[in-house]
Design a protein around this ligand. Structure first.
Ligand SMILES: Cc1ncc(COP(=O)(O)O)c(C=O)c1O
Length: 390
């Protein structure tokens, strides 16, 4: 500990088959690589002509980066509840007044594909544009169809799956006019490459590169004016502050060249295979706990999970202790101001109880064992007998 919260560059990233056994958004011909997933949502909303005062449906369970693009355009987020499985509650939505609703952001939470056909049909009937948020699901099949094909647009977030310094993707499913993205400067490209190398070296994943890495790190310090934004335990407030503001100029620039190159050329099967293995291992080790349980123990067969969602009966104060110990864990317990409490909504309970445990490909089996040991030590202590309190 601390363990990387997201994939980091290392020699092992070059291993395995280039093509994944599960389809990816990146396979699509029309994919536009953007500076981030949040930028991709902004570009989708712009292409849909979303304007001041219009409304965009966003789930009550969210991170600020999903809502910031809506606010940036002067539109209003209209928060909708989720069912127990994390699907939009279409019954509740159908009872609402939906005037001026332009678009809906629907998410495949945790990388476990949701059936999107009912959501797409609901949107079609109301002329609401569906933005399929695949930030957690760069790979996957939903109801036999590759993720990212249901809506007007799909968006992805590359840093969650690849050892890259920046990047998102936007996939239009209809012939939209997309804004031309401006090129990145040479310095931005160089920083991106050096940040990628530095992170890999910091976590010991580029062993043997010796001189090259050390020279690279020396260059990092000279070229980069400030530290890269790499999340560390305790950085939550900073993450929230950064995430809730969208850099509009950056959102209209391309991904950096090193990240684009890595996104196109790194082998992909290892990403799918290792994430699935870690997820299964976490289910096995934590499944019998009295203090917590896997939110969704059955991993669908064609997907690569982003994280392992773990329901913890009493997540506080353990959650902060986990972060302090360097466990790769997130919790979406800071809702956008004005997020409503809606009866029957799973969102607030998830925001409180669900910890998103890292299960990415650059954690070793030993790392995953250490994570489960710490989880058990943190939450099993004095856990009363029942499995669940809801
Ligand atoms: C569901 C979802 N959508 C969109 C985003 C934004 O992606 P990015 O961090 O690449 O801007 C995130 C980021 O965490 C996310 O979790």
């Amino acid at each position: 500990m601390p363990l990387p919260r997201l994939p980091v560059m290392g020699w092992s990233a070059l291993e395995g088959a280039r093509a994944a056994s599960v389809p990816s958004l990146l396979d699509r011909q029309q994919v536009v690589l953007t500076s981030s997933g949040s930028a991709a949502i902004l570009l989708a909303l712009e292409a849909l002509d979303t304007s001041l005062g219009q409304r965009v449906l966003v789930p009550t369970y969210h991170c600020p980066t999903m809502v910031a693009p809506v606010q940036t355009l002067g539109a209003q987020p209209l928060f909708y509840p989720l069912t127990e499985s994390g699907a939009p509650d279409l019954d509740w939505l159908s009872r609402q007044s939906l005037h001026d609703v332009k678009a809906m952001v629907a998410v495949h939470f945790f990388g476990l594909p949701q059936p999107m056909e009912p959501v797409a049909a609901w949107c079609r009937e109301r002329s609401i544009a569906l933005i399929e948020d695949c930030a957690h699901a760069l790979f996957g099949l939903a109801a036999g169809q590759p993720v990212g094909r249901w809506g007007a647009f799909a968006i992805g977030s590359l840093k969650k799956f690849l050892p890259v310094d920046d990047g998102g993707c936007l996939v239009p499913n209809h012939p939209f006019v997309l804004p031309a993205l401006s090129k990145r400067s040479f310095t931005a490209d160089l920083k991106s490459a050096l940040n990628t190398i530095e992170l890999g070296a910091r976590y010991g994943r580029l062993r043997g590169a010796g001189f090259a890495v050390m020279a690279g790190l020396g260059l990092v310090r000279r070229v980069r004016g400030r530290r890269p934004f790499v999340a560390e335990p305790g950085d939550e407030d900073r993450i929230d502050a950064v995430a809730s503001k969208l850099d509009v100029a950056l959102a209209h620039r391309r991904i950096t060249r090193p990240s684009s190159w890595l996104a196109r050329w790194l082998p992909r099967e290892r990403i799918v295979e290792r994430r699935r293995r870690h997820y299964a291992h976490l289910v096995e080790r934590l499944g019998a706990s009295r203090a917590m349980h896997p939110l969704l123990p059955a991993l669908p067969s064609h997907c690569a999970p982003y994280v392992f969602p773990l329901w913890v009966r009493q997540p506080d104060p353990g959650y902060l202790a986990l972060r302090g110990a360097g466990v790769p864990v997130y919790r979406w317990n800071r809702c956008w101001p004005g997020t409503p409490l809606i009866p029957g909504d799973s969102g607030p309970a998830w925001a409180h109880h669900v910890l998103q445990i890292g299960c990415h490909q650059d954690l070793s089996d030993h790392d995953v064992d250490c994570i489960t040991d710490i989880l058990l030590q943190t939450f099993e202590v004095d856990a009363p007998g029942s499995i669940d309190e809801t």
